[in-house]
Design a protein around this ligand. Structure first.
Ligand code: HEM
Ligand SMILES: *[C@@H]1O[C@H](CO)[C@@H](O)[C@H](O)[C@H]1NC(C)=O
Ligand SMILES: *[C@@H]1O[C@H](CO)[C@@H](O)[C@H](O)[C@H]1NC(C)=O
Length: 500
């Protein structure tokens, strides 16, 4: 940095110091903490490791407080009994779109004319439920077989080595891409499937480069080198997902058809449509792979859990007429009757799902807390719920909350456990990996089916093991709080082979 620039920065900072009238807490408002750096407040600490920062603030101020983060006053609520009061407020009071629009523009360069998120959601919703969900689930199994079994067969017999994160993320994203965006040709031929494998691998590798830059991109802290890379990666993705290129694909999902129609109706240009499709690739595919990674890793690290899942699976599959190795789809009744696997999935998500649930305060209002207190919120501030800390990792709700217990969501008789308490009161929502209220995940059913199919496919068709059995579960990449599923700081090597 040159001296002139440094001096300029110092002068600007000084000016800021003099100009900012420090906000003070008014009667009835939550505790206010502006930190010691003018304007920035706690932005650096928040960006570095949001969970530790918010835990520290909770110890200092309790479960509601307001902090200054990069010029914005953010009121944080960490009492899960009080979340309902926030997530169902109408948009005129607490708006849930402006932050999404900000991310959409900043990260994906998407600007839609006459953008109405409610309308968009209403159109998308039916394409991810009921009969369409069934069609997606079936297509997903076929595509998982294409990429997973196809790749492995192509590589030849014997053991293959790979990182478990790479393994889970790439196969789920590639199959997910083929399921939603269509395949090369129908009926499938060996040639078209080879094409599906290489094209989807190209999409994954390009997507993953963007995914890695995402936290920095969202905070606006990319280096010059990062920026170059990002531009190249984005334009490559826009080409790969260009509507003209997708037009010739077969077996496109009704989700894609209806989304493209919607974009056309609101008059979105061809170029902007490609960008919107890249945004959707991230929204739909960014979490399944990481979720499957943690699930498989917890199973590999907990032999008792793995044995319980295997026993349940063998029992369930033994009731089917056809052996699993010959099935071209997994019957929904099999997927729906795996309570141990459900508990394992929910436990994995409890430990690793860390989305921010945010709202913009549109008018001055009084927020009622579940314990009877009421707090005044100021127009223009932002609200933040962080279920990762509570309920998900709250020691009052879960004993040893940081420990993976595969049967945490099962009663001793094997039925689903639903009673969890805080402050002596039963919780309605004790884990919120899918978000809450108005913006709950629409793809939940499809995501759950897909992850379960992937795990079943891996457990029935492969031998899979950790290369070093006593490897420790990696720490989180701490820059990713807020985006959804956490990713590991580094990958975990495994070996796998087709079981014949
Ligand atoms: C493990 C996998 C997944 C997790 C943990 C997850 C989680 C979430 C969360 C937390 C939100 C709320 C975001 C917000 O607050 O704005 C969300 C929204 C959404 N998800 Fe998922 N998701 C997953 C997979 C999927 C899949 C596979 C699809 C579709 C095929 C999907 C479609 C959507 C859509 C369309 C929304 C937007 C809803 C809105 O506009 O408010 N998700 N997801
Ligand atoms: C797991 O969570 C899903 C919803 O996210 C729920 O429908 C299901 O009943 C839960 N199952 C268990 C065993 O906890
Ligand atoms: C919690 O679950 C109940 C239904 O069990 C639902 O009505 C409510 O909106 C949920 N609250 C949140 C914050 O998701």
């Amino acid at each position: 940095m040159s001296w002139a620039l440094l001096l300029g920065l110092l002068a600007a900072l000084l000016l800021l110091l003099l100009l900012t009238r420090r906000r003070s807490r008014r009667p009835g408002e939550p505790p206010l903490d502006v930190g010691s750096i003018p304007w920035l407040g706690y932005a650096l600490e928040f960006g570095k490791d949001a969970a530790s920062f918010l835990t520290r603030m909770k110890k200092k101020h309790g479960d509601i407080f307001t902090v200054l983060v990069g010029g914005r006053y953010v009121t944080v609520i960490l009492d899960p009994h009080s979340y309902d009061a926030v997530v169902w407020e109408p948009r005129t009071k607490l708006d849930f779109h402006s932050y999404a629009v900000f991310l959409m523009e900043r990260i994906f360069n998407v600007q839609l004319p006459h953008y109405n998120p409610n309308d968009e959601k209403a159109k998308m919703k039916p394409t991810l439920l009921h009969r369409d969900l069934q069609a997606l689930t079936e297509a997903m199994y076929t595509n998982l077989c294409t990429v997973l079994l196809g790749d492995t067969t192509e590589m030849g017999s014997g053991w293959h080595e790979m990182g478990l994160f790479d393994f889970s993320y790439s196969f789920l994203l590639r199959a997910g891409f083929l399921t939603l965006y269509g395949v090369e040709a129908l009926p499938r031929t060996p040639q078209s499937q080879a094409q599906d494998r290489s094209h989807s691998a190209d999409v994954f590798h390009t997507f993953r480069q963007l995914d890695l830059l995402l936290p920095k991109l969202a905070r606006g802290s990319l280096s010059a080198g990062d920026k170059d890379l990002m531009c190249r990666v984005k334009s490559r993705l826009w080409k790969l997902l260009a509507p003209a290129r997708l037009a010739s694909r077969a077996h496109r999902s009704s989700w894609l058809e209806s989304y493209l129609l919607h974009l056309e109706e609101i008059g979105v240009s061809e170029e902007m449509r490609a960008r919107a499709l890249v945004l959707q690739l991230w929204a739909t595919q960014g979490n399944m792979g990481p979720a499957a990674f943690w699930l498989l890793l917890f199973l590999l690290k907990n032999p008792e859990a793995l044995a319980a899942v295997r026993t349940e699976l063998e029992h369930s599959l033994s009731q089917e007429e056809q052996p699993v190795l010959q099935m071209t789809t997994l019957p929904q009744r099999v997927l729906d009757n795996l309570p141990v696997l459900d508990s394992v999935l929910n436990e994995s998500l409890r430990l690793t799902a860390a989305p921010f649930i945010t709202r913009e305060v549109m008018v001055d209002l009084a927020l009622p807390m579940a314990d009877g207190r009421e707090f005044a919120l100021r127009r223009g501030d932002r609200l933040l719920l962080f279920p990762f800390l509570s309920p998900q990792r709250d020691p009052e709700i879960y004993t040893d909350p940081e420990v993976f217990r595969y049967n945490r969501f099962l009663n001793p008789d094997g039925s689903e456990k639903k009673d969890f308490y805080k402050d002596g009161k039963r919780l309605k929502n004790y884990s919120m990996p899918w978000g809450a209220g108005h913006n709950q995940c629409l793809g939940r059913g499809y995501a759950i089916n897909s992850i379960k199919q992937f795990v079943v496919l891996v457990l029935t068709h492969f031998d899979l093991e950790l290369i070093s059995p006593d490897v420790v579960v990696p720490e989180f990449d701490l820059s990713r709080y807020g985006f959804g599923l956490m990713q590991p700081e580094h990958d975990v090597p495994i070996r796998y082979r087709l079981r014949l």
